[in-house]
Design a protein around this ligand. Structure first.
Ligand code: DGP
Length: 118
């Protein structure tokens, strides 16, 4: 079940502030409050999906395409393609997901090594 009172839902409704770096009709991208890299941005869907797992099971093809296009448009807005970056999405308890609203972490700004945890 999707919890409409999660922190990212409140950011979407402008009930909480966030430093936006990209927005379109389908996604909002903003700086992570606890950055794990010099550039640490979260891309969230504007739809009510609790995780990548929920999204993959329930979203239609257009929603899936538009979300991932939004992730890439955020990458382009941040000009990260040349130097590179990492995408992470945590899912559920063992995945370490804290906020139950679909989001992808974009990490960049230094060599990130081979450890994949955020
Ligand atoms: P995850 O573990 O994948 O659910 O990561 C959630 C991330 O959200 C975590 O890196 C910290 C970030 N975060 C939590 N609360 C806020 C907030 O109020 N504002 C912003 N900008 N980021 C937040």
């Amino acid at each position: 079940m999707y919890d409409p009172n999660n922190i990212f839902a409140k950011i979407l409704r402008k009930e909480l502030p966030a430093t936006c770096v990209y927005e379109d009709d389908h996604v909002l991208a903003f700086k992570d409050i606890h950055p794990a890299a010099p550039i640490h941005v979260l891309v969230i869907t504007k739809k009510a999906y609790s995780s990548f797992d929920d999204f993959s099971a329930c979203a239609n093809e257009q929603e899936i395409v538009l979300f991932w296009q939004g992730v890439y448009k955020t990458v382009q807005a941040l000009r990260l393609s040349l130097q590179g970056y990492r995408l992470v999405t945590n899912i559920g308890t063992d995945g370490g997901q804290e906020v139950p609203h679909l989001h992808v972490h974009i990490l960049a700004g230094k060599p990130l090594g081979t450890k994949v945890c955020v």
